[in-house]
Design a protein. Structure first.
Lengths: 119, 177
């Protein structure tokens, strides 16, 4: 039966052989750093892609939601007044806005009655 | 521990770590290098932190062991096992080919002894192989080996005793032949 020292000796030979073929720390470290920067680049790229995808999905969702909702703008248009409507007001336009009564004169509204003058 | 200190500690343990990574990767040099790079990246990025409960080397060996296991699972998931087998066959064919630059007799004997040990280790159960590697190759105590392997000391002792007996028997048989 083989004793501990012989087993230890065999392992020592194996260790020596491994150490001869081992890459240097500097070499491994440089590769590690390269992988680190590559991973960081990949992360940034993934983040950009995810953000862009989220924006596109949100935009599509909004557009779809708008297309589904009832036309809420219709009553607003009915009550809407253009800012330039004020230009359409002309002197005496209030006369045109009322229906003249029978027996009445347009002048009644414009000329004060004699009683109003205090005669 | 800051990055400079970590780097220094890794540099000190590098040769030992490579040997352990080789053992964890079935003595595949490329896999061992890749595992070691992943481990250094994990440690330097702070994803694995040394808490001072054991020696730095023991802790690092534990990280290497877990990383190697994780890489093995990933490789299996990717279905790379088949490719690896093809690679081993090719490498095996290379070993059998005659070498015009044959080393001197003493070196041949050393190489044959190393091959014998590698072969015998390959036939041991995983835990037995690990504990023997940690004790005989890395000069760890059985208690430290148990910490690396995440098993109880009693379990590590059992694996050690059985592994040593099996290894001695295999190496003895090879010697008689």
């Amino acid at each position: 039966m083989m004793d501990d020292s012989e087993i230890r000796q065999r392992f020592a030979q194996l260790r020596e052989a491994d150490q001869e073929s081992a890459p240097s720390f500097a070499q491994t470290y440089v590769r590690t750093r390269a992988r680190r920067s590559l991973r960081a680049t990949r992360r940034v790229r993934a983040l950009v892609i995810a953000t862009a995808a989220a924006v596109v999905i949100a935009a599509i969702g909004l557009a779809y939601a708008r297309s589904l909702s009832p036309p809420a703008a219709t009553p607003e248009i009915a009550t809407w007044r253009a800012p330039s409507d004020v230009l359409l007001r002309i002197p005496g336009s209030e006369l045109l806005g009322e229906m003249p009564a029978l027996g009445a004169s347009v002048l009644d509204t414009m000329i004060p009655k004699p009683s109003n003058r205090g005669i | 521990m800051d990055e400079v200190e970590l780097k220094l500690q890794l540099e000190r343990a590098h040769a030992d770590c490579f040997g352990w990574a080789m053992a964890c990767c079935g003595r595949d040099r490329d896999d061992a290098e890749e595992v070691l790079q992943t481990v250094y990246l994990t440690v330097l990025d702070g994803r694995a932190r040394y808490d001072g409960r054991s020696t730095f080397r023991t802790w690092l060996f534990g990280v290497i062991r877990r990383t190697a296991a994780s890489e093995r699972r990933k490789a299996w998931l990717r279905g790379l096992l088949l490719e690896r087998e093809v690679g081993i066959e090719k490498r095996g064919a290379g070993i059998l080919a005659p070498n015009p630059f044959a080393p001197p007799d003493a070196e041949v004997e050393h190489e044959s002894r190393r091959d014998g040990l590698r072969h015998a280790l390959g036939h041991l159960a995983k835990r037995q192989r690990e504990v023997l590697q940690l004790v005989f190759y890395h000069d760890l105590t059985v208690e430290e080996a148990a910490a690396v392997m995440h098993v109880s000391v009693g379990s590590a002792r059992t694996h050690y005793a059985r592994g040593k007996a099996n290894l001695a028997a295999m190496l003895g048989d090879a010697k008689e032949l």
